[in-house]
Design a protein. Sequence first.
Length: 135
Amino acid sequence: MSMKSMQEPTFLILTALAAEAQHGYGIMADVLRMSGERVRLRAGTLYAALDRLEGEGLVEADREEVVDGRARRYYRLTSHGEARLVAEAERMRGNADAAAARLRARLRPALAAALGAAVLLAPGASRPVSAGRAG
């Protein structure tokens, strides 16, 4: 049975927690940095996601500290969360590998035409082979 793919914010939250336990602001900053500033989580969105992830057993509260009179809760990845993150990373890697392979196949003839010769580097070959003599 295959699992449903994760939304990017969920993937990034779990990835942020894979390194170490973090509090909400730390998670938001880490997600922003990892995503190249494409994913900007608001506090309400983050805490709703953390509640959902906690309910699914993917994250859990690690500890609380009081900083400037305010409670700061730290979250950590559970072993179940780690397994889901590994599975999602592998799923994404497989998709990326498939896309890269198809793009290489598509670009090989275009590159040969651009170079003015039908010289291709066959997959696994250590040197270029002539298009008419591949094999």
